[in-house]
Design a protein around this ligand. Structure first.
Ligand code: 2HA
Ligand code: ZN
Length: 273
């Protein structure tokens, strides 16, 4: 038995491979983090080095003290994760203040967590504040058609949400809260982390203009499924727009209200005008 045979690590590696195979992780594009459950820490801890050096975070993330995260490495390629997990992913433990961390497993040969680690941590914390303990996955990917749309549509949550909802009947049920949209912001820094965390209070998905998707979910299936659904809707929209800017018919506001009632979801009023 190896640590990489544990269910949560296998799930993480499978999601990374699926994202790569979708074409969302060219070169070192994208990053993924998973907040371990207590039971997963217990099953994995015999492989941990609790004496690894402490590394300081740029700013402390209160609310995450003592948490363990499985993370992709900075500069690492999703393409290589399945073949060589030990060098491309790792588990980090935050100290009690949420101000420092240790790499307790993986990221071998001096690798470090993803450049978006501060973004991921701030967004895990935002989700815990908004939804409690259930959200565990934060995922960033370079989805082709969503990125293309950020050159064509106004960078507005209302426009993106309605345009994507209209592309597949199930969309409004899969992401009833809609999608947040951010203008172009420098990647890897505090600003993108902070702006994303602000939007994460209301949305599970944020579109980073000319960059990709940043999303959160309760497990690997739901988070990958969310990115997959949104990117598929974007692909259909790109096909529609490529043929004609004018739709002959679409899913209407009345239809969305019917869907909400039938599937027992609440669709925010701001997206139903
Ligand atoms: O990890 O995609 O946004 C590389 C990136 C940064
Ligand atoms: Zn990126």
């Amino acid at each position: 038995m190896n640590i990489t045979d544990l269910g949560f690590i296998k799930g993480f590696i499978r999601m990374a491979a699926d994202g790569y195979n979708k074409g969302w992780h060219e070169r070192n594009g994208g990053n993924l983090t998973y907040r371990l459950k207590k039971s997963e820490v217990e099953e994995a801890c015999s492989w941990f080095n609790q004496n690894a050096p402490l590394i300081k975070l740029d700013s402390a993330i209160p609310g995450l003290g003592g948490e363990y995260f499985l993370v992709t490495g900075s500069g690492k390629f999703f393409r290589n994760i399945e073949q060589n997990p030990n060098e491309n992913i790792g588990i980090c433990k935050l100290d009690e203040k949420g101000a420092n961390y240790r790499v307790v497993w993986g990221l071998e040969n001096d690798a470090v967590p993803t450049s978006e680690f501060p973004s991921h941590l701030m967004n895990h914390a935002a989700k815990i504040r908004a939804k409690g303990d259930s959200y565990r996955v934060v995922y960033h990917c370079h989805t082709t058609n969503i990125i293309a749309l950020t050159f064509l549509l106004p960078l507005d949550a209302n426009v993106f949400t309605r345009s994507l909802w209209e592309m597949i009947t199930e969309c409004s049920i899969v992401f009833p809260d809609g999608v947040g949209v951010m203008p172009w912001v420098l990647c890897g820094g505090f600003e993108i982390a902070e702006k994303s965390a602000e939007l994460m209070k209301d949305y599970d998905v944020i579109i980073w203009a000319h960059h990709g998707i940043f999303c959160a979910g309760e497990d690997f299936d739901l988070t990958f499924g969310l990115a997959d659904t949104i990117e598929k809707a974007a692909e259909i929209l790109i096909k529609v727009l490529s043929i004609s800017p004018d739709k002959l018919q679409t899913i209407t506001t009345e239809n969305f209200k019917e869907l909400a009632k039938a599937f027992n979801v609440t669709l925010p009023e701001k997206f139903l005008n």
